[in-house]
Design a protein around this ligand. Structure first.
Ligand SMILES: N[C@@H](Cc1ccccc1)C(=O)O
Length: 492
């Protein structure tokens, strides 16, 4: 295909106009090409891509007076008005009563800076050395029209001061010049055929048969079009939705709870001893606020911690501190939500899950963020067993696409037995994905729960990392536009 074939009729018109005059401003191009200025410039940019013309841009800076600037141009700058008045040393107080305190305030700094006067013990003393400043000359050079620095006969420093004093404002105007290149010229002198071309076939053209007489703009198959990125759901959201869907399909109810929890629900109700390291400042975001303890449970919980309550347990010993339990924290796990839900719904059966954010004082690195999501769940029913728990979790991971699942013994103060589920990922091996277990009697008894409770808290972001093939967890939270654009739209 020749270069000529590849030009639209507008591009040809612009090229022919420029062949004559070499280069032109947009208005001139409009006049010479017979096109509207927008169409002419659009064609010019397309010609620029083909290197047949070049478009240069110059920014012209002009200045005009502000209201305040106009006033001072007429009456003199505050420092000029005051120095003209100042025949002898005069107290600032007197000056303030003669002029406004505000004006004396503005003028003083400049009088001193310009060396026109000194302040001594609250008295302004004229130096006798007063000159017409460049700023005053510049202000005097203004008329109604905005002017350039050259037109004002000014300099950068003075303009900067006047801008800072808000006496003038800057206007920027862009000027474009379109110039024909050698290649453009060479093409134009060969002569260009101005023939109307059709870029789109319309039903009318088809029906009337007029298409037979028309010339069609050929397609360019050698140019890669710019990629188009459609809108889509954030990949992390999509995975969270998938996990939610799996639990809903398995007959679970979704529950929600507060981000702020009392230490009571976050730790004590879960039989975490009050000196447990997880409760340290380094691990938990403690808040200044406190809350009231639930009267129906806290005494039972206290007794359980101190001596094992009414069951065959010896508790943690020591004195359980009520005040410590009242302190609010940002929930360190969503187990605080499920345990409270169970306390409110102690009658079997219960199948509930919560997929939400938890907070821990972590140093941010590729595998840790202080905010992260957990997938928490509980099943309470008669005769529920540890085997049911393992089966249920394996089923969840299978549905998420992990074929191999195994459970390693784990430890949590609130479950016995406890496990850590792991999935097998090619290239990574076994990856740990959270914790699970059967609630201890020390947890269920004080809350009035009689039946066994299976519980788990799974790492959602870790799972998302595996599913999305990420090495850095932070990508999930950063909204990196490049990554978002390239991430797949559908399930992986
Ligand atoms: N809360 C635990 C997970 C867990 C939940 C429920 C039972 C056992 C373990 C964690 O955040 O790691």
């Amino acid at each position: 295909m020749s270069i000529q074939d590849n030009l639209t009729i507008n591009e040809k018109k612009v090229l022919l106009a420029l062949e004559e005059i070499g280069s032109a401003a947009p208005e001139k191009l409009e006049e010479k090409s017979g096109l509207q200025v927008d169409a002419a410039m659009q064609a010019a940019f397309m010609l620029e891509e083909k290197e047949l013309v070049s478009v240069s841009e110059k920014v012209l800076e002009r200045y005009s007076l502000t209201k305040e600037g106009e006033e001072y141009t007429k009456n003199g700058l505050p420092e000029r008005q005051i120095i003209d008045f100042l025949k002898k040393p005069t107290s600032l107080e007197e000056l303030r009563s003669h002029f406004s305190p505000q004006m004396v305030g503005i003028a003083t700094g400049w009088l001193v800076k310009k060396g026109w006067a000194k302040i001594e013990n609250g008295v302004m003393v004229p130096s006798g050395n007063v000159y017409a400043g460049k700023d005053e000359e510049t202000l005097a050079a203004f008329t109604d029209k905005a002017k350039t620095l050259e037109e004002l006969g000014s300099d950068q420093g003075t303009i900067k001061d006047l801008l800072k004093r808000k006496l003038i404002i800057k206007h920027e105007e862009k000027f474009r010049t379109v110039s024909i290149t050698d290649a453009g010229n060479a093409l134009a002198v060969q002569g260009l055929v101005l023939e109307e071309e059709i870029a789109q076939l319309t039903p009318d053209l088809l029906k009337s048969g007029a298409w037979k007489e028309k010339k069609f703009r050929p397609y360019r198959l050698d140019i890669t079009p710019k990629p188009l990125y459609g809108a889509k759901i954030h990949p992390y959201r999509r995975l969270i939705e998938q996990m939610r869907q799996i639990f809903l399909e398995m007959g679970f109810a979704e529950i929600k709870g507060g981000i702020i929890q009392s230490s009571f629900w976050n730790f004590d109700a879960l039989f975490q001893p009050q000196d447990h390291p997880a409760r340290d400042m380094q691990d938990t975001f403690h808040l200044d606020s406190t809350c009231e303890l639930p009267t129906e449970y806290f005494e039972n919980v206290a007794a359980m911690h101190e001596h094992g309550g009414e069951i065959d347990s010896c508790g943690w010993g020591g004195i359980w501190d009520k005040e410590l339990s009242r302190r609010n924290v940002l929930r360190t796990h969503t187990t605080s939500v499920t345990v409270k839900y169970l306390a409110d719904h102690p009658i079997s059966p219960v199948k509930a899950f919560c997929i939400d954010r938890a907070y821990r004082r972590e140093t941010i690195d590729p595998t840790h963020t202080p905010e992260f999501e957990q997938l928490e769940g509980v099943v309470m029913d008669k005769d529920m067993s540890f085997a049911d728990l393992l089966g249920l979790l394996a089923e969840f991971y299978h549905r998420m696409g992990f074929e191999e699942v195994r459970f390693r013994p784990g430890y949590f103060p609130y479950t016995e037995p406890s496990v850590e589920p792991e999935v097998y990922v090619d290239g990574l091996g076994w990856v740990e994905l959270g914790g699970a277990g059967v609630f201890r009697r020390e947890v269920s008894e004080p809350l009035g729960i009689k039946d066994p409770v299976l519980a788990w808290g799974l790492g959602v972001s870790r799972l998302a990392m595996l599913k999305l093939g990420l090495k850095d967890l932070r990508l999930l939270y950063q909204s990196d536009i490049d990554w978002l654009r390239k991430s797949e739209v559908c399930r992986t």
